[in-house]
Design a binder for this molecule. Structure first.
Ligand code: SF4
Length: 280
């Protein structure tokens, strides 16, 4: 097993443990000192690395960007392909055969999610529906079409972003996810976000927002402003990603009057990413 896989496995294990209530791990003082030293040097590297630069002209990091006379961003092809490999491995080796919850007995197939593994923007929904379960792809039904329209309205394509759900299997009858299903499945989502390391996350609907922000607040109270999502799973540790909760497209199909509020949320994300906001 390569070092990168070992680290990914340990991270996923720790996140799972945290979901089950683990608050701390015993660590020898000298190991703690070593870890803090490592984290400090990593922060210094991160602060001077290409990710610290602002690339606002394109949503994909692999798209050439105009950066004036400053240092050019190194080609991210290798980073994107490494991310692609890590995501594929997670899907093939863990998600597809997963039987961690009862949904494994009713699904047609798992729905890992799809899109650009190096995306600047990730959309997280709730769970696959009827069409998704049949096709093995996230957001392909009517709600998926509305999501496509939302992405287009932002001046983007589905291929430029990454789209996935909290649950990778369809709850029967499209019922709401149960707490134990979210606990069992969310480590996969957290790992996806950890691999992609997007610049912004849009959480679609209450289950995705509450899971990622670990809150019980309603979507109506959460939406309309950015929240902090910590890639490490621990508040204040490692990279922080702004997360915008907004309404789920399926909800918007039933409540079209709230599309306006969602568009306001999307515009805030566009502004953060440096995307052109169309005048309407
Ligand atoms: S919903 Fe998630 S945890 Fe449950 S069986 Fe599917 S992949 Fe596994």
């Amino acid at each position: 097993m390569e070092a990168i896989e070992i680290i990914a496995t340990i991270r996923q294990f720790l996140r799972t443990e945290r979901q089950f209530g683990l608050q701390s791990l015993p660590i020898a003082p000298e190991e703690m000192a070593r870890a803090m030293l490592l984290a400090k040097s990593k922060r210094a590297v991160d602060a001077s690395g290409p990710r610290a630069q602002t690339v606002v002209s394109a949503v994909t990091r692999s798209t050439p960007a105009t950066l004036g006379s400053g240092p050019s961003v190194p080609p991210s092809g290798s980073s994107a392909s490494t991310k692609q490999q890590r995501l594929a491995k997670l899907d093939e080796q863990q998600v597809r055969g997963c039987t961690k919850c009862a949904l494994s007995t009713t699904r047609t197939q798992t729905v890992f999610g799809q899109g650009n593994p190096d995306a600047r923007l990730v959309f997280v929904g709730e769970a696959p529906g009827f069409e998704e379960d049949k096709k093995g792809l996230a957001f392909v039904g009517r709600a998926g079409q509305l999501l496509t329209d939302m992405i287009k309205a932002m001046g983007l394509t589905r291929e430029e972003v990454f789209i996935c759900n909290v649950l990778k299997c369809r709850p029967p009858g499209n019922r709401d996810p149960l707490a134990d299903e979210i606990i069992a499945c969310s480590p996969y989502l957290l790992e996806q976000l950890s691999v992609i390391e997007p610049e912004v996350i849009i959480a679609l609907g209450a289950p995705a927002s509450k899971t990622l922000l670990r809150t019980a607040q309603s979507i109506g109270r959460l939406r309309g402003r950015f929240h902090d999502y910590w890639i490490s799973g621990a508040e204040g540790v490692g990279p922080r990603v702004p997360l915008m909760p907004t309404y789920h497209p399926a909800y918007l199909l039933r409540n079209p009057a709230d599309k306006r509020k969602t568009w306001e949320d999307l515009k805030m994300v566009m502004q953060l990413l440096g995307l052109k906001i169309p005048q309407r």
